[in-house]
Write a protein that binds this ligand. Structure first.
Ligand SMILES: NC(=O)c1ccc[n+]([C@@H]2O[C@H](COP(=O)([O-])OP(=O)(O)OC[C@H]3O[C@@H](n4cnc5c(N)ncnc54)[C@H](O)[C@@H]3O)[C@@H](O)[C@H]2O)c1
Length: 264
């Protein structure tokens, strides 16, 4: 059994969307367990802050500009991982966005924006990371779906479609690469307190965004929203050898949100 506090010693972990939120928490957690972390994000100030948090704590991390919609950016991210740390063992796709609206309200640009970042982004990273994993004799890919892949709120047609796409994309990648020791799983978080959730609370919470977050928390059987580090616990499990018999799966980290037949 691997040392649980050092599960990623000697491993190189590429994470998209690690400037903030769930991605940042995962970057810090992988680095705290010995991983060398390579961050791809569009937010320069925040991605550099994540690197500082890690290196100040004695960990190893670099960050590069990467818009996950752009193949050349993704290739540069992969190249940076290889030239800085020698290869890639784990890919965690956290980059994601949401824009609200019914299909009548959403523009074609809103649709493309969400599908391109949330779904095509995971295609592009897998496409360019898998050849590097193959050279290492295997690897683990973790994608980010959402409870919205299975059950939905109103006004998230494009977001929910992108997350449903992630679940089926994940199963196919798992099948295509199982024979070479490359695993692929995804996670389905419930409401997690991140800048994305806080933005939603500012939009829909009227004059009480904090109250909105408490209300959303009550919809989860555990009675609260989750934290990014609670999601990181699952991502690290799926990224590590502890999940060596898991591939093609979608794992909930949702405080029980999808369990009840009726709420209340
Ligand atoms: N927070 C939640 O409640 C929740 C629930 C379910 C699923 N998720 C999913 O978890 C993932 C992380 O969400 P979060 O809440 O941490 O969001 P966040 O907004 O706090 O962070 C998202 C990160 O993605 C980056 N990003 C955005 N567009 C990008 C692009 N084109 N290329 C590269 N990076 C880009 C942002 O700069 C940011 O660092 C997303 O895929 C989201 O859909 C979040």
């Amino acid at each position: 059994m691997a040392d649980r506090n050092n599960r990623f010693a000697g491993k190189v972990v590429v994470i998209t969307g690690a400037a903030m939120g769930i991605g940042r928490a995962c970057a810090e957690a992988f680095a705290a367990e010995g991983g060398s972390v390579v961050i791809g994000d569009i937010n320069e100030a925040a991605r550099n802050e994540t690197v500082e948090l890690i290196t100040n704590g004695g960990g190893k991390a670099v960050a590069v500009h990467c818009d996950v919609r752009v193949a050349a950016d993704v290739q540069n991210l992969v190249q940076t991982a290889v030239s800085t740390f020698g290869g890639i063992d784990v890919l965690y796709n956290a980059a994601g966005v949401v824009r609200y609206g019914t299909v009548e309200e959403l523009t074609e640009d809103d649709w493309d924006f969400q599908i391109d970042i949330n779904l095509k982004g995971s295609f592009l990273t897998a496409k360019y990371v898998i050849p590097e994993m193959r050279k290492r004799g295997g690897g683990s890919i973790v994608n980010t779906a959402s409870v919205q892949a299975f059950a939905s709120q109103k006004t998230v047609a494009a977001y929910a479609a992108s997350k449903g796409g992630i679940v089926s994309f994940t199963t196919t990648v798992a099948l295509d690469h199982a024979h070479e020791g490359i695993r692929c799983n995804c996670i389905a978080p419930g409401s997690i307190r991140t800048p994305m959730l806080e933005d939603a609370a500012n939009t829909f919470g009227e004059d009480d965004p904090e109250g909105a977050i408490v209300e959303w928390g009550r919809l989860h059987p555990l009675g609260r929203v989750g934290t990014p580090s609670e999601v990181a616990n699952l991502v690290l499990f799926l990224g590590s050898d502890e999940s060596s018999f898991c591939t093609g799966g979608c794992y909930r980290v949702d405080g029980g949100l999808l369990s009840p037949l009726f709420n209340g």
